[in-house]
Each structure stands twice: as structure tokens, then as C-alpha cells.
Write a protein that binds this ligand. Structure first.
Ligand code: GDP
Ligand code: MG
Length: 457
């Protein structure tokens, strides 16, 4: 029986025994898409990135009232907005769409509102519900308030960083102390196009900064990958209009000296209204890039430019990282949240809590999560040359056999089996080595077990 089906069965029993509505919700959640929160400081680009990920400009990105609320974006049969009040009531609310973004009429003072849910018909949202959050500094500093409000009950977090900041580290530590695990936080170096003054090599410079963050010991423990993304380009790529292409083509057709002059600073470029709008939509880097691509004949129409903007934005890399790091572990992350709900709702000593504990202790997926955590926090004294291999094997860079064995996606099954057999022998030897510490022997046994699992599959 799989981890998820055992967890379902246990939750069914708990619902039958107690009828507790919180457990009913936890049970439903096992069959719903994973919940991924987008967190970070004010103006880090969270709402813009959410739009880029969905591929539609649904989330308002200015400082309007609703950007101060936690808003869930979930798949649905049509566009709908629902306001969840602090007193537990929920009501459908009217909204208008301005430039695509949903402006919701709250109908209540903002302080009475707990959160909003927006339904959008979207195949992407069928894979995960996205939770847009206000900036972390606009929330109460009280840690518990933070934990529930920012995560909004999320199973995983995409955390946006611009410049690494003490507040970011503290937030990530809070998340790890709560629902976090070492594998459910993905870092994004956001507004990457602005790095180094929006020059045309901005994304290359951003990749270097992101690599530096990834190798920062303190950060890696909390968020093992950092992907550079220009959400604004991704959102523009998904929603570019013909008239915008024509305006950009006009800029590109100017004599080169004029373009250089125009693009030298955002202020001069924005002197004309049309251009101000373009700048808001694409940013200075996006306008420069578009002018160059059109000028050099690399793109000749709106569709071509849209594709180019999307490909420069880094949004596909982020989607790939989300697929391996988060969606690839959806089952264990969901089981984890559901078992935690049992702890919250049942009295200590209940046999159902004991059963939850047995699942947690016995399931190899949970053993791997715990070991990854110990490994990355430095609590597990594995020799440096084995650390990277163990991290991969335990699923630190994705759950597929190829990810775990560090093989390319083209590796044929025989190569996977050979690599798994070799790794199993290596870790088995370490597990039996008399000089290894008890913790290391246990970790090595788990690693060998992971290899057996790969071979059995
Ligand atoms: N150049 C650039 N600007 C961005 C990017 N993402 C967001 N912005 C701008 O930064 C401002 C704040 O963005 P928003 O998504 O509302 O940030 P939030 O407060 O984190 O939700 C807006 O003016 C956006 O247009 C980006 O990738 N590149
Ligand atoms: Mg926002």
C-alpha cells in the first residue's frame, strides 16, 4: 500500500471517529492539488511571477488593497472570487477585470477578511494551487502569526529573493521550523533582468548571482536551489498584444543613435505615454531586448517576440525545478500535512496518533526527508566527499531514479540499474563499516534501501 493510500485510510478512520471538520478538510486536501505559496518581501515581484507561472495576468501587481491579502489561485470551471472572513463565513464577491487582473470588491473592511480564493480555469493550476502572499514585512512580527499567515497552509514555498537579506534567512528559518522540509522550498532570484542596470547581459549576470546564493552554506540549508527569473518578461511573453509589438517595432525602427539615446535611461524613454505603458509591461531590459531582436530580424511578429521573451525570462527553468523538487514529491508532502493535522486535532495518546506516528516512522519517504534535513543542517557527520552523493540519492534534487543517481535524462534503464547496484554496494559497505558512527551507519542503510527501491522499480 502506498504512503498516500495509508494516509487516506487513516484520515478516513479519524473523520469517522470524530467528525471534526478540520479533519474532513485535511482528508479532502489529500485529493486536491498541492498548495504552493509564493513568498518574499514587498515588491519582490511575487504577484508578477504568479502571473507568469499561470500564463495569464490575473493577479493585481500594484499596491492596491487586495495585494495586502493572502489570495489563493485555484483551478475552477470559470472565473470566480470568494472572500473568506475571519468569523468563518465565506461569500462570492463581484469583481472587474482591469488589464486582465481581477479587482475584487471585498464588501467588508479589509481587517475582517482572512483570505481570498480566486478560481481560474487553468491546466497549470490543476497541478498546484498557487498562493499569493503579501510582503513578509507587512505582517505581524509574531512568529506564529507569520507561520500561518504567510504560508497560508501551504505544502511548499517559492521564496523570492532580490538581495540576500537577514529578514529572508529568518523567514526561511521560521518556515523550516513549521511546515517546511529541506525539499519543499525553491528559491527564486527575482526581477533578474534588473541586475547590473538592465543591460542585455542581465540574465547571465543573474545566473552568476544565483549560483553564488546556491553555494552559500547558510542559505543552502534552507533553500537548496535558487533560479534566476524575470517574472515581468514571463508575464509579458504570455500576454503580449499586437499593438504592443507594433509600438516596439516603431522603437526598433528608429536610427540606432536615437535608440541608444532613448534607452539610456528609463526616464527619457518613458516621456511618451505609449512608451511608459511598454516600460511598465516589459521593463527597461525587456524593451531593450525586444528592440534588438526586432532590429536584427530575429523576430518578425508578436508571436515570435512573445516566445523570445518567455525563453529569456527563466520561467521554464523554474517550472522544471518545481516539477522535480515539488510536484515530484507531492505525495510525501501531502501525507506530511495530513498527518500533522491529526496531531493538531486529536488528543495525545489517541490510538490514531500512534498510527500516524507508525506511518511517519516506517515510511521510507519520511526517513529520506529526515536524513536530508540532518545532512543539510550539518547534524549528520558524513565525510565531505560523500555528502553530495547522499543528498542526491535521498532525492535532494528530485525524486526520479535519474535525479537520485545523478544521471542525465537520456540515461537508458541498464545504466540506471548499473549505477543503482554500484551505489547500493558502496552504501551497504559503509553501513557495515565498524568505524562509522551509528548515525552514519543508519543513514548509509537508508541510502542502500533507496537503491534497492530504485532496482525494484
Ligand atoms: N524589471 C522587472 N520588474 C518587475 C519584475 N517583477 C515585478 N516587477 C515590478 O516590480 C513591482 C512590484 O511587483 P509585484 O509583482 O507587485 O511585487 P509583489 O509586491 O512582490 O507582489 C511592479 O511594478 C512590477 O512591475 C521583473 O521580473 N522585472
Ligand atoms: Mg503582490
Amino acid at each position: 500500500m502506498t504512503l498516500l493510500s495509508r494516509t487516506r485510510e487513516l484520515l478516513d478512520q479519524a473523520v469517522g471517529a470524530t467528525g471534526d471538520p478540520r479533519l474532513v478538510r485535511a482528508r479532502h486536501r489529500l485529493d486536491e492539488p498541492l498548495r504552493v505559496a509564493i513568498a518574499g518581501k514587498l515588491k519582490a515581484g511575487k504577484s508578477t511571477l504568479l502571473n507568469a507561472l499561470i500564463g495569464e495576468g490575473v493577479a493585481p501587481t500594484d499596491a492596491g488593497e487586495c495585494t495586502r491579502l493572502v489570495t489563493w489561485y485555484a483551478d475552477g470551471p470559470g472565473y470566480m472570487a470568494m472572500c473568506h472572513l475571519r468569523d468563518g463565513r465565506a461569500e462570492d464577491r463581484p469583481f472587474v477585470r482591469r488589464d486582465g487582473a481581477l479587482r475584487i470588491d471585498l464588501g467588508h473592511p479589509i481587517d475582517d477578511v482572512d483570505r481570498l480564493t480566486v478560481r481560474v480555469p487553468s491546466a497549470r493550476l490543476r497541478r498546484h494551487t498557487l498562493i499569493d502572499t503579501p510582503g513578509i514585512e507587512s505582517l505581524s512580527t509574531e512568529v506564529s502569526a507569520r507561520a500561518s499567515t504567510v504560508h497560508g497552509g501551504a505544502d511548499a514555498v517559492v521564496y523570492l529573493l532580490r538581495h540576500l537579506h537577514g529578514g529572508d534567512v529568518r523567514f526561511l528559518e521560521t518556515f523550516q521550523g513549521g511546515v517546511g522540509t529541506p525539499v519543499n522550498v525553491v528559491g527564486v532570484l527575482s526581477r533578474a533582468d534588473e541586475i547590473g542596470g538592465c543591460r542585455l547581459d542581465a540574465m547571465t549576470a543573474a545566473a552568476r548571482v544565483a549560483a553564488r546564493y546556491t553555494s552559500d552554506e547558510r542559505l543552502r540549508r534552507l533553500c537548496p536551489v535558487v533560479v534566476p527569473v524575470a517574472g515581468l518578461l514571463g508575464a509579458a511573453g504570455a500576454t503580449l498584444r499586437e499593438d504592443e509589438y507594433r509600438a516596439l517595432a516603431q522603437v526598433a525602427a528608429l536610427p540606432m543613435d536615437d535608440i541608444v539615446e532613448l534607452l539610456l535611461t528609463a526616464d527619457r524613454f518613458a516621456a511618451i505615454d505609449d512608451r511608459r505603458r511598454l516600460l511598465g509591461r516589459l521593463g527597461l531590459f525587456g524593451v531593450r531586448l525586444s528592440a534588438r531582436l526586432i532590429r536584427e530580424g530575429e523576430v518578425t511578429d508578436a508571436a515570435g517576440l512573445a516566445t523570445a521573451l518567455t525563453s529569456h525570462s527563466g520561467i521554464s527553468s523554474l517550472r522544471a525545478v518545481l516539477a522535480t523538487h515539488i510536484e515530484g514529491r507531492a505525495d510525501v508532502l501531502k501525507a506530511r500535512t495530513a498527518l500533522a493535522a491529526l496531531d493538531d486535532c486529536l488528543p495525545p495518546g489517541s490510538p490514531l496518533i500512534a498510527a500516524a506516528e507508525r506511518i511517519r516512522a516506517g515510511a521510507h519517504e519520511f526517513v529520506e526527508l529526515r536524513l536530508l534535513h540532518d545532512l543539510r543542517s550539518g547534524r549528520l557527520g558524513v565525510a565531505d566527499d560523500r555528502r553530495g552523493e547522499l543528498d542526491l540519492l535521498l532525492g535532494g534534487a528530485g525524486g526520479s531514479p535519474r535525479d537520485r543517481l545523478g544521471l542525465p535524462s537520456s540515461a537508458p534503464p541498464e545504466e540506471i540499474a548499473d549505477a543503482a547496484r554500484a551505489a547500493q554496494a558502496r552504501w551497504q559497505r559503509l553501513a557495515e563499516h565498524p568505524l562509522s558512527s551509528r548515525d552514519v551507519r543508519a543513514a548509509a542503510r537508508a541510502a542502500a534501501r533507496t537503491c534497492e527501491g530504485i532496482l525494484a522499480g
